[in-house]
Write a protein that binds this ligand. Structure first.
Ligand code: PLP
Length: 498
């Protein structure tokens, strides 16, 4: 399998090159050259095997320049004791045709671990294979979840350094403590005086700063990215859609070939795009339901074919979905356009210059044939957390609650009762403040983050995940704070270049 850029500037490269480079030099994203197609026999071969074996089989279609042994080594390192359950991505039944796919049993308690526990191992192999001599410096801008998952994944991985920038005061206390207590000789977390957009802009500026890149080069370093634009993050996410289907077959909730729905709480469009690739390979899917919070730019796009970011940015209780530019949508549009990179370039130019673009009728219809979209505001999210707890004793985090609420709207609107999987993207303990308040109201007033964790655990009987226990007792290891125009200097200083 070879890879090409959605903007036409680079084609016929290997998966290792795509992973090492991250984003194409023409600004495009890497996509596979060919479609992979599987049949029902393949799906049935997944039923009685472990998550690791499922992963090896699916990754081998896409990462063809990795040997079977190499893939199996990466998978073994990524999906083992670092997850708190042996199933890795367990499926939990809520009622006859509704199931939760829990993707938060990794070390940082959010679904980002599913990809960021394996990406560093791909990266090490990719460096070897492409003959790269430089040490790779991963720069990350985070609004909370990606930063910790990337730190945890790259900690002490040979040949790599990682620097995570987060907005000072812009992440939850749990998220901040997770990052500043990170161990590992090659890890750094830096607070930036600014908001998430400033932080993200600062990181992009460093990537494009010729002086910094040159200074790095002479010291034997080279930048790469761990954001969800990297193909090495997308491909591990395809696995759990197959895994969920195999688990439904295993407990006879469906018959082979039966079509199911997935509901995905969406921000950057990475997770739901992985679901689309699974469907495109032949996984029997009825609908992909795209759930947004009040930043509902994707809801409008799916309904009317115009992507318009000229709107107010809302800070919501599902912060990992507070996004107005969903980067991975570019990959879907490219695939649906019949690989028309000129068309994609014109859409992306319109987005930058005018703030919006409208897709042609063919793309709009194809999108609408597969996707259904809805959104929920914070008060609907709170009501949903409460009612699901009352009805099922099941505790939803705020992001997953958005998905659940949009699913309720979908059922009312369409009457479709096909078997459905809700993709659950974070442990409720990670967003304990909002969740505890939704469930226990006034009782939570005046309590700090750690008292809230305990309250939530005592009242629900759910255990506090290992990664969040004792967070208040860990040593603070990263104390650097910088202004938004000093981020480049900080990187140079941390790498001991200046
Ligand atoms: C990142 C994240 C999302 C959004 O996923 P995308 O791939 O960006 O669409 C949803 N929920 C949680 C908890 C996340 O951390």
């Amino acid at each position: 399998m070879r890879y090409k850029s959605t903007r036409g500037g680079l084609f016929d490269i290997t998966s290792s090159e795509a992973i090492r480079i991250g984003i194409a030099p023409d600004g495009g994203l890497f996509v596979p050259n060919e479609r992979v197609s599987i049949d029902l026999n393949f799906i049935e071969s997944l039923v009685n095997v472990t998550y690791r074996e499922r992963a090896e089989k699916i990754l081998s279609f896409f990462l063809t320049d990795f040997s079977k042994e190499e893939l199996s080594e990466c998978v073994a390192k990524a999906y083992g004791e670092n997850f708190s359950v042996p199933e890795i991505a367990p499926l939990v039944r809520l009622h006859e045709h509704l199931h939760m796919l829990e993707l938060w049993h990794g070390p940082t308690c959010a679904f980002k671990d599913m990809a960021l526990q394996i990406l560093p191992h791909f990266m090490v192999k990719a460096i070897e294979k492409t003959g790269e001599k430089a040490e790779i410096v991963i720069l990350v801008a985070t609004s909370g979840d990606t930063g910790k998952a990337a730190l945890e994944g790259f900690a002490d991985v040979d040949g790599t350094h990682i620097v995570v920038f987060y907005p000072n005061g812009g992440v939850s206390e749990v998220q901040r403590l997770q990052m500043v207590t990170q161990t590992g000789m090659n890890t750094n977390a830096v607070a930036v005086n600014g908001n998430f957009d400033d932080t993200q802009t600062g990181v992009k500026r460093i990537f494009n700063d010729e002086k910094i890149c040159e200074a790095l080069g002479t010291k034997g370093y080279r930048f790469s990215s761990a954001n969800s634009i990297n193909w090495g993050r997308l491909v591990p996410q395809i696995v759990y859609y197959f895994s969920a289907y195999a688990d439904l077959l295993k407990d006879k909730s469906i018959i082979p070939g039966e079509k199911i729905n997935f509901v995905v709480p969406t921000g950057n469009f990475g997770n739901i795009l992985a679901a689309w690739y699974a469907m495109n390979m032949g996984l029997p899917v009825n609908r992909l339901i795209c759930a947004s919070n009040e930043n509902n730019v994707l809801t409008d796009f799916i309904i009317n074919g115009t992507y318009d970011r000229r709107r107010e940015f809302h800070k919501t209780m599902s912060p990992s979905m507070d996004i107005l530019i969903s980067s991975n949508l570019e990959r879907l549009l490219y695939e649906l356009s019949g690989s028309d990179s000129n068309l994609i370039k014109s859409y992306m130019r319109d987005l930058t210059e005018k703030g919006f673009y409208s897709v042609n009728n063919s793309i709009r219809e194809q999108v609408q044939n597969v996707f259904w979209a809805g959104f929920s505001n914070d008060s609907e999210t709170v009501a949903c957390i409460r009612s699901v707890y009352q009805d099922y004793g099941y505790v939803l985090d705020t992001h997953t609650a958005v998905a659940m609420d949009v699913y309720d709207k979908y059922v009312i609107y369409t009457g479709d009762l096909s078997p459905t999987v809700i993709v659950s993207t974070a442990s409720p303990f990670k967003f304990n403040q909002s969740v505890a308040k939704a469930l226990f109201g006034e009782e939570t007033e005046g309590l700090n983050e750690f008292e809230l964790l305990n309250l939530l655990s005592e009242k629900t009987g759910w255990k506090i995940p290992k990664g969040l226990r004792d967070l208040d007792k860990k040593e603070i290891l990263h104390k650097t704070v910088c202004d938004k125009d000093k981020m480049g200097e900080v990187v140079m200083k941390l790498l001991k270049i200046s």
